[in-house]
Write a protein that binds this ligand. Structure first.
Ligand code: ADP
Ligand code: MG
Length: 229
């Protein structure tokens, strides 16, 4: 992770709303969201299924856009970014970890972690070093030539964590990273996220497992698209 200064806000959401329109039905997925995450914080977002957690994370990760409201990321007003700048910031500043790992099945562990660095235009020798360092960090260096299907769920998620951190993003986003894992593997992945946090990573994690929400410095509770105080 890049060096952090504890009190600086990395991101700020003000009056954020998201409305989905499908077949004449309006779903108010997020309403009047105000929140801030400072550099170096580990924040969890908790709440029941359907309350808007993934929608919020997708907007924070620049994968989706809000219907209304302001989002400031590292001092940039996100709504004013052009598509190319958004893609560039997403690739460089944000690392994603998903519930279902989302590894590419016909690429090796090494190639999966390398791919976002290829898009970034890093030379091969630098890519190799970043991939090997990330694999060491998650204790998976001995599996670099395996395909995802040859690994257990817990191992696949560790590879997904390596992919997310290999490019040294300023923000790590995890959407129910333990949701598809048994409790032992779930705890191992949580321990890994805590280690990354102690080394300076800023993490925003969605979970509906209260045990894991407690691993964070602070929990934001969502209910029906709104933050519950
Ligand atoms: P959570 O992650 O907390 O389970 P989501 O953010 O996935 O919740 O969904 C919040 C609400 O928005 C739900 O009612 C869901 O059905 C709706 N929703 C999410 N994505 C879409 C979409 N692409 N189109 C229409 N409705 C959506
Ligand atoms: Mg979700």
């Amino acid at each position: 992770m890049t060096a952090t200064s504890p009190d600086k806000p990395l991101l700020k959401l003000e009056g954020l709303r998201k409305v989905f329109l499908t077949d004449q039905v309006e779903t108010h997925a997020l309403s009047d969201i105000h929140m801030e995450i400072r550099e170096g914080e580990f924040v969890s977002i908790a709440g029941p299924s359907g309350c808007g957690k993934s929608t919020l994370l997708s907007i924070i990760g620049l994968l989706d856009t809000p219907t209304a409201g302001a989002y400031t990321l590292s001092g940039h007003p996100v709504e004013r970014l052009k598509a190319l700048e958004r893609a560039r910031i997403r690739n460089r500043e944000i690392g994603f970890i998903f519930q279902s790992f989302n590894l590419i099945g016909d690429l090796t562990v090494f190639e999966n972690i390398e791919l976002p660095l290829v898009y970034r235009g890093l030379p091969a020798s630098e890519r190799r070093q970043c991939v090997l360092d990330a694999l060491e960090e998650v204790d998976m260096a001995h599996r670099l030539n395996h395909l995802p299907g040859q690994l257990s769920g817990g191992q696949q998620q560790r590879v997904a964590v390596a992919r997310a951190v290999a490019g040294r993003p300023s923000l790590l986003l995890a959407d129910e990273p333990t949701g598809n894992l048994d409790s032992i593997n779930g705890e191992a992945v949580m321990k890994l996220l805590q280690q990354l946090h102690h080394r300076g990573a800023t993490i925003c994690m969605v979970t509906h497992d209260a045990r894991f929400a407690g691993a964070a410095d602070r929990t934001i509770h969502l209910f029906d698209g709104r933050i519950r105080e």
